[in-house]
Design a protein around this ligand. Sequence first.
Ligand SMILES: Cc1cc2nc3c(=O)[nH]c(=O)nc-3n(C[C@H](O)[C@H](O)[C@H](O)COP(=O)(O)OP(=O)(O)OC[C@H]3O[C@@H](n4cnc5c(N)ncnc54)[C@H](O)[C@@H]3O)c2cc1C
Length: 452
Amino acid sequence: MATDKKRITIVGAGLTGSLLGVLLGQRGYQVDLYERRPPETGNDADSGRSINLALSQRGIVALESAGLMDQVQNLLIPMKGRMLHLEDGRSQFSAYGQRPNEVIYSVSRRDLNSLLVQEAIKAKEVNVHFQRKCETIDFKKKTLTLINEAEGSGDRAEEAISFETLIGCDGAGSQVRRSLIEHVGGQTESVFLDHDYKELEIPAAATGGYRFDKNALHIWPRGQFMLIALPNLDGSFTVTLFLPKRGEPSFESLSDAAALEEFFEDVFPTAKAAMPDLGEDFFDHPTGRLGTVRCQPWHVEDYGLIMGDAAHAIVPFHGQGMNCAFEDCSELLRLLDQYDDDWTQVCAEFTASRKSNADAIAEMALENYTTMRSTVTDPKYALKKEIGFELELRFPQHYIPRYSMVMFHTMPYAEALAAGARQRDILDRLTQSVDQCADVDWDLAEKLVKQS
Ligand SMILES: Cc1cc2nc3c(=O)[nH]c(=O)nc-3n(C[C@H](O)[C@H](O)[C@H](O)COP(=O)(O)OP(=O)(O)OC[C@H]3O[C@@H](n4cnc5c(N)ncnc54)[C@H](O)[C@@H]3O)c2cc1C
């Protein structure tokens, strides 16, 4: 390991920046972490950001590498599968995996972010500067300007600082990305969905317990749109409505309390019965946009890099944005090991290896929207899932369902995407004239799986 380490400047102490700061501090780097928000709120969900998130294996591996999983564990609620709330009023549970550890975890964004920021503050190698909004970056001169928003009401003092190595972890609307891409003459593409989202709440029951099974991710799939709910530690669920922007029904059409009441009564009656503050929540809470950001390159020589949502924001339907961002951190640390802290090689290799994987999870996340809001109710989907699990049991060396590859394993996302395409062909063949798992031609299955 090289001893003469560069100083690292990180913009953004969200999930990515704070974990990265901790990891680089542990590696002996002097880190300055600049965050535009004040310390009290950290990365609070005050701007329509999701209140809770699903944490899975890739994120866990990164948190473990920072020695933080023991603390994070206290914030987690295991979700073993999807609880589908069907239109006819029935609920149907569908497990995510088939081994005891194959679960995902609901975690509060605020609690997790706050834990990571506190760890960064505790680390003697890391200086966290709150209320510093990065305004401009000059990659030629290696300087950036910060607006000091802590300077009394209305006073916005500007500070200019120089940096040795700058890492932008400033989220989907990244200022660092804009400057980096401009400096190197790269490209950015932001594609927004025609659907938005809004967060609502199912409060704890009067007795303090949960109103629905707390160990599931609840989905009310309704074809073109859906409602989901993830459990919180206090007995409540954070509910997210995903709906088209315009048309019928849409955020535009739910313009008054009567329309909202009627829509929920008609389409989500079981959820509505558990949402006493629906009207207030709906009209008070912001509506969020959903988009994918793809850009390249992600680095400037050996001294500029973007990571997390700043490099690759994705839609939330695979629950992987944060997990992928945490995996970015693991991968950067792995490359620092591999290249003995030679940032020229690390930056180039990081961009090369992560870009294709980020593109792959972006694609799978988009696909998963259709799966969650619609395909999950198709009996053929359930049959294919059951057969997929059976193939995994019978041929564990050759078959892991794609969902499990993404959520419970750490193989590159691009490999999971490619394997998923082969799996789709196999499952299509095996279910051509079969309505139940017991009738599958297992000799054919073995042949197909082993040659895929
Ligand atoms: C509705 C929804 C649900 C989601 N669910 C999941 C899920 O279940 N699982 C999952 O893995 N992911 C999920 N995600 C994705 C996840 O939220 C993001 O991938 C994750 O927050 C990325 O972290 P980040 O630190 O890169 O960016 P951010 O969380 O956006 O953090 C960026 C930080 O930079 C700061 N900042 C921004 N600009 C500046 C500036 N100019 N100067 C200084 N500071 C700045 C911000 O204040 C913020 O603290 C979801 C996203 C949404 C929208």
